[in-house]
Write a protein that binds this ligand. Structure first.
Ligand code: XCC
Ligand code: SF4
Length: 636
């Protein structure tokens, strides 16, 4: 009863611009169930924490400084606002980098076992990709067996994690001028384990207390994510499961099917999803589902692994991070299997309310109230088959009413960096579309990567959609990953006919070749595809010698995770201008803030930016792109 009263205070359209999410928020409220949206509305962020003006790195504190007068006080140990904010930031980078690199390392574990013949369920699907990745880091491929190349590649890439001295392998892919800057600054990553360890050490009480030196280690660690852990995750996934090529895919809750057993996989590592695809197509399990009265088994994705299999195989995607709870309110979700990252604990309660079977599968991530069915790469089907069987059980006894928002949005997904590189020099689906040339001649003003999470502190999806619309209207070609990609897919911007919303130049390029003005690249680790595309833009020529010269900018308009900070910082350290929305964990006017927002650029890197308003955000990016165009002498 109390819940119902509270729920009435909210206009759910203020929470989200996603119609399906709004509809399910209404249903959940009517059912007396609350979600992260209401919890966010009822729990305002701590104002001191939001400005990163508190420290709990030791127990003489926690210490709180005054965000309105940040230099008025120091912590008990004497730490200044710059030290405190830089350390907090560094810990976020460390955690974000750890998440991506642990994911990448898991992929590498699978790869090793596949190569050694100890995993039979997966194989090297894309030998061509294997060869190009190997060649890109100097491994000899001519006349050699696949297995030999693969073993060499494994041993090389392992260094991404474990190397104590030297440069990680994918640094070989970075434009020489950019690497020169990194070497000068001392920020070329060794191995991610070492970099993360060093950040944790340096941010301990009484160690590194100079914000400039802390930020240096942030850069080194973040680069170990972008050009390390994330890139390994992307490349190995492509080798094992296939490199995405543009395909038509569907997004939104309408892809749940009332008369099917519905299984959702939500998380980040593609192996769980790949095996689930096998399970739902197993004739014996399909037969079982039919015996239970279902028309079949329907598998859909959410969040990043969902974005990845949408891009790779065209598996439908039912929603991004802020839709993961409400989708359960459809009553149609028979099972949700999760692995790691961005899994709200609230899902457990939600699943209980609607009788959805909720399974954790990764030993790293258990949740109270969830059933744990561990996923082992050596015998993956024992987990995924069981999930499907239990989903069938639930279908037989669906406890409540099923209401599925009837929204389905089709679009083109699956632009790998290979595909973009291919377009840079040449063609899209057979039509000539050299991207560099179009940037130089001004039809395309520049490139923007709009990526990252959704966050209940802002109107769900809205900031993403408005930023991207403004960018394409100004002839900026947009590439996307993660939850942002799903937001724009739902808004219909990934269809070729969305070119009508683009400025004349970009529209002309899109219309000539039938390409959408917004290109979806996959999951968050696939932000590494943007790095490679940038390296290719430099290599193709005419746009400067380093990544910092490119008319390219990035944004995470609704960020929330520590991974987003790590991504943002590796974009910046790589030479890009990166604008975040929602809020920024640093106080304007402090030395630390100045270093991130101005100083890094003077050192030859990119820089951070911030704007809450989507139009302002887009124009910060456009101004930066114009500034770079001017420097390249390609204005007008
Ligand atoms: Fe998570 Fe990757 Fe953010 Fe979405 S975008 S909320 S990190 S699922 Ni990656
Ligand atoms: Fe306070 Fe310093 Fe301890 Fe942080 S490290 S909690 S600022 S005493």
């Amino acid at each position: 009863m109390a819940e119902e009263k509270k729920a009435k205070q909210y206009n759910f359209r203020d929470f989200s611009m996603c119609e399906a999410t709004v509809q399910m928020l209404e249903k959940a409220a009517a059912d007396g169930v609350e979600t992260a949206f209401q919890r966010a509305a009822e729990m305002k962020p701590c104002p001191i924490g939001a400005d990163s003006a508190c420290c709990k790195h030791c127990f003489m504190g926690p210490c709180r400084l005054n965000p309105k007068d940040p230099y008025a006080k120091v912590g008990v140990c004497g730490a200044t606002i710059d030290t405190i904010a830089a350390r907090n930031f560094a810990r976020m980078v460390a955690s974000g980098c750890a998440a991506h690199t642990d994911h990448g390392m898991s992929m590498l574990d699978v790869f090793r076992e596949v190569v050694n013949g100890r995993i039979a369920d997966y194989k090297i699907k894309d030998e061509e990709k294997l060869r190009t990745v190997a060649e890109s880091i100097g491994i000899e491929t001519a006349g050699r067996e696949v297995k030999e190349i693969a073993l060499d590649l494994y041993h090389e890439l392992e260094r991404t994690y474990t190397q104590v001295e030297g440069e990680i392998p994918f640094v070989k892919r970075v434009p020489p001028k950019t690497v020169e800057t990194w070497r000068k600054l001392g920020i070329v990553p060794r191995g991610s384990m070492r970099e993360i360890m060093e950040i944790m050490h340096r941010t301990h009480i009484g160690v590194d207390q100079h914000y400039e030196n802390i930020v240096k280690q942030c850069s080194r660690t973040a680069l170990a994510d972008g050009w390390g852990g994330s890139m390994v995750a992307t490349e190995i996934s492509d080798i094992l499961f296939g490199t995405p090529k543009p395909l038509v895919g569907g997004v939104n809750m309408g892809f749940l099917k009332e008369d099917h057993v519905n299984v959702i996989v939500h998380g980040h590592e593609p192996n769980l999803f790949e095996s689930m695809i096998d399970s739902v197509n197993d004739p014996a399990l399909v037969e079982k589902a039919k015996e239970a009265g279902a028309a079949g088994i329907n598998l859909v994705g959410m969040c990043c692994s969902g974005a990845e299999v949408l891009s790779r195989h065209g598996v439908p995607h039912v929603g991004n991070f802020m839709s993961t709870e409400v989708v359960i309110a459809t009553g149609a979700v028979d099972a949700m299997a999760v692995d790691v990252q961005c899994i709200k604990q609230g899902l457990s309660t939600m699943a209980k309310c609607y009788g959805t079977k909720f399974f954790t599968t990764n030993p790293r991530a258990k949740i109270e109230g969830a059933e744990h069915i561990e996923f082992h790469e050596h015998t993956p089907r024992s987990c995924t088959d069981k999930v499907v069987q239990l989903a069938i059980e639930r279908y037989k006894n669906r406890p409540g009413r099923v209401v599925i928002p009837q929204r389905r949005d089709m679009g083109i997904h699956g632009f790998s960096h290979e595909y973009i590189s291919y377009m840079l020099g040449g063609t899209f689906r057979g039509s000539y579309v050299p991207l560099n040339e179009n940037i130089i001649n001004g039809r395309i003003r520049g490139l923007a990567g709009v990526v990252g999470c959704t966050n209940p502190r802002v109107r769900h999806d809205y900031v993403h959609v408005e930023v991207v619309k403004e960018l394409i209207r100004n002839n900026v070609l947009v590439v996307q990953t993660g939850c942002s990609q799903i937001a724009l897919a739902k808004a219909g911007l990934m269809k070729p006919d969305a070119a009508v919303l683009a400025g004349d130049g970009l529209a002309e390029v899109c219309e000539t070749v039938g390409m959408p003005p917004v290109l979806g690249l996959g999951s968050c680790v696939d932000n590494s595809r943007i790095l490679i595309a940038c390296a290719e833009m430099v290599r193709t020529g005419g746009l400067g010698e380093s990544i910092a010269d490119l008319p390219v900018a990035g944004a995470a308009p609704e960020w929330m995770s520590e991974k987003a900070i790590s991504i943002g910082h590796y974009f910046v350290a790589s030479g890009l201008y990166t604008v975040f929305g929602v809020g920024f964990p640093a106080i304007k006017g402090t030395k630390f803030h100045k270093l991130l927002f101005e100083g890094l650029e003077e050192l030859g890197c990119g820089k951070w930016g911030f704007a809450e308003d989507p139009i302002e955000m887009a124009h910060l990016m456009i101004s930066h792109i114009d500034k770079k165009r001017e420097a390249l002498g390609i204005m007008g």
